[in-house]
Design a protein around this ligand. Structure first.
Ligand SMILES: [Cu+2]
Length: 161
């Protein structure tokens, strides 16, 4: 009995710590593509800082909430696409008007030039994957770098403040 009590109190302490000291913000991330696949053979020009009309985008990333407190942020990424595999990379940016280094030939953001803080790769349709990052105040870009997807509108920005 004594051992059991000790275990029970250890569990209580453990769960208290989890809910206070290690509190994390959960951000729901959904990956969408509508009305079939756009023609991705050429960059579509819907990247960050390009001042494009994002309402024409057929692919996108939604987040909720759009801001979070500094510290641990858990991204629960769900791929709501009909049949495409997507991924999410996270990188710190200066602001939304910044243009990312882009490889036109490969139709991808130049990942060598944009330091990624973390990523969730190859999420199948209707699957969810999670990633937790310890984030400082600032702006962070979430984007999909499957060829063509970033320029098709698959990016969004979260502000940590
Ligand atoms: Cu994608």
């Amino acid at each position: 009995m004594k051992i059991r009590n000790i275990l029970a109190s250890a569990l209580v302490v453990g769960s208290l710590m989890a809910s206070t000291a290690f509190a994390e913000t959960v951000v729901k991330v959904t990956l969408i593509d509508k009305m079939g696949t756009p023609d991705l053979s050429k960059p579509l020009g819907l990247g960050m800082g390009m001042k494009a009309d994002m309402s024409t985008a057929k692919m996108g990333i939604n987040i909720n909430p759009k801001t979070a407190a500094p510290g641990n942020v858990r991204f629960d990424v769900t791929n709501l696409a009909s049949n495409l595999v997507h991924e999410v990379l996270i990188a710190q940016i200066t602001d939304e008007n910044q243009l990312l280094p882009f490889d036109q030939g490969r139709n991808k953001v130049d990942e060598e030039a944009v330091r990624s803080l973390g990523s969730v790769s190859e999420i199948d349709p209707n699957k969810t994957a999670s990633l937790t990052l310890d984030l400082k105040p600032g702006k962070y870009l979430l984007y999909c770098n499957v060829a063509g997807h970033y320029m098709a509108g698959m990016w969004t920005v979260i502000e940590i403040k």
